[in-house]
Each structure stands twice: as C-alpha cells, then as structure tokens.
Design a protein around this ligand. Structure first.
Ligand SMILES: [Zn+2]
Length: 63
C-alpha cells in the first residue's frame, strides 16, 4: 500500500490526501462525469438506431 500524499489539488486548490498527485477525488468525479457525459451522448447516438433495428429484425425472423 502506498502512503497517501498530502497536497493542494491543482484544480480546486483544496488540501487533499490522495494516493497520486493530481485532481482530488471530487474533481476526478467531476472530470469523469464530464467525460462520461460526452461518451454517453456518443454511445447513445450509436445505440438508439441499433435498438430500433434489433426488434424489427427479431420480428421479421419470428414471422
Ligand atoms: Zn479538487
């Protein structure tokens, strides 16, 4: 186990204890939410047409 580092978050300037130097936990959650938000929009845009295609393909097969 690595000793946590005490430093000032480079993003929000809060005093934090983290395993690695970088954005603190809440900043990482914030950044992750932004990245996931962007990723989710792209994923959804690709996913929705697939969802529409699949039931039709299944329905055609069943008929
Ligand atoms: Zn921070």
């Amino acid at each position: 186990m690595t000793e946590p580092l005490s430093f000032v978050c480079p993003r929000c300037a809060a005093q934090v204890d983290e395993q690695f130097y970088g954005p603190c936990g809440s900043c990482r959650a914030d950044l992750r939410a932004k990245f996931l938000g962007v990723g989710r929009v792209v994923e959804l845009a690709e996913y929705v047409p697939k969802m529409n295609v699949t039931p039709n393909a299944v329905a055609l097969k069943d008929d």
